[in-house]
Design a protein around this ligand. Structure first.
Ligand code: ATP
Ligand code: MG
Length: 366
């Protein structure tokens, strides 16, 4: 199934299921279609099935049901080394007894590439990750970040069309991680490589990817570009997994087109955007981002919805103010306000009125 919005499909999962024990499905009905050159990240909690999906694509595991295609051809019966896929895994160690150059040469030898050609490709791959002078060292003589770059070079040295990376930066400190995030996406885009990247770090996923597939419980909960995922979560899981959200439980009282009237459990009536509620009487979790809530009466937009709130905590964080409120019985209602010279600061105990636009408040599954 080609994705008509993004071009012809290069990697496809169609109705893929996986069970390790013949009983429980750890991947349930996975459908995914990636165009060539896309950088797609699988993001989700531990055990949600991300690595299993990569392993099936790589050929180290077979799908229990469904079809996986690469360039339009079903790969279910093609062994891993014939799939032409480069791989970088968190614990996919370099061979310790070989030099860096020998490590990189290995995938080329397996592919029966001649000596002089191998040497040229190895040097080129090392230069690409700025490790050109390190070919003679052994892995133990490199820092963690340098080893990671070599692992990346080894995955790319045979010029694969598809690269799979499973938490490749998990072991690195924050600074190096951020540098490598940039290097990986830059390299992938420059070489036009199609990449499937796995992480459970949402910032990493949002900053690196063309699209993110949010996994939970063996299913893709939402597949979208980073901004859409953040702005328009389609269900409660995604709304709470990506970024911060205030949520309140209630019941749908009315649905008219693009607006739903919800009665919160505390009794308050609010207008929301109906996202995945279908009928009057549905239980719902309404969800609103902390930065979409306004407490300056003069800055409230026309049509904004208002509620009374009590300030419980006000934290000065430099660029923003973070305020915790009691709203409709919820003591964990957070708002974030940009620090500006004319921005009023709040104090605990203060009674205020907050407001937001109905379209910023999403009525999701309870
Ligand atoms: N070889 C295996 N045999 C049996 N069960 C397995 C095997 N590998 C994974 N599982 C189970 O399948 C489920 C999905 O595992 P998977 O490794 O795909 O999750 P993940 O999303 O990569 O998690 P993490 O973020 O912790 O790496 C888990 O419940 C796990 O226990
Ligand atoms: Mg995993």
């Amino acid at each position: 199934m080609a994705d008509s919005t993004t071009g012809e499909a290069f990697v496809e999962f169609e109705r893929v299921q996986k069970s390790y024990d013949g009983e429980n499905l750890v991947v349930k009905d996975l459908n995914l279609s990636m165009p060539k050159g896309e950088f797609l990240t699988m993001l989700g909690p531990s055990g949600s099935g991300k690595t299993t999906c990569l392993m099936m694509l790589a050929g180290f595991e077979t799908a229990t049901h469904g079809d996986i295609r690469l360039g339009g051809t079903s790969i279910n019966n093609i062994p891993p080394h014939k799939r032409g896929i480069g791989m970088v895994f968190q614990n996919y160690a370099l061979f310790p007894h070989m030099t860096i150059a020998e490590n990189l040469s290995f995938p080329l030898e397996v592919r029966k590439i001649g000596k002089s050609e191998r040497e040229k490709k190895v040097q080129h791959a090392l230069d690409m990750v700025e490790m050109g002078a390190f070919g003679g060292r052994r892995p133990a003589q490199l820092s963690g970040g340098q080893q990671q770059r070599i692992a990346l070079a080894r995955a790319l040295v045979f010029e694969p069309e598809l690269v799979l990376m499973d938490e490749p930066l998990g072991a690195l400190d924050k600074q190096l991680r951020e540098k490598m995030q940039f290097e990986i996406t830059d390299l992938a885009h420059r070489l036009g490589i199609t990449t499937v990247y796995v992480t459970h770090d949402q910032t990493e996923a949002l900053t690196m990817s063309d699209r993110v597939a949010v996994f939970d419980d063996g299913r893709i909960q939402q597949l979208a570009p980073p901004d859409l995922l953040y702005e328009e979560p389609e269900n409660s899981f995604v709304a709470q997994f990506i970024g911060e959200n205030n949520t309140m439980l209630g019941v749908v009282k009315e649905i008219r087109g693009e607006e739903a009237l919800v009665q919160l459990d505390g009794g308050e009536l609010i207008d929301c955007k109906p996202v995945n509620v279908t009928a009057v009487g549905d239980r719902t979790r309404v969800s609103i981002r902390p930065e979409r809530v306004e407490y300056n009466p003069e800055r409230l937009k026309p049509g904004a919805h208002t509620l009374k709130a009590e300030v419980l905590e006000f934290i000065y964080m430099g660029d923003i103010f973070r305020t915790r409120l009691r709203v409709a019985g919820n003591d964990e209602f957070i708002i974030k306000t940009r620090n500006a010279p004319d921005q009023r600061r709040l104090s605990p105990g203060e009674q205020i009125e907050i407001g937001w636009l109905p379209q910023d408040c999403r009525a999701l599954d309870a």
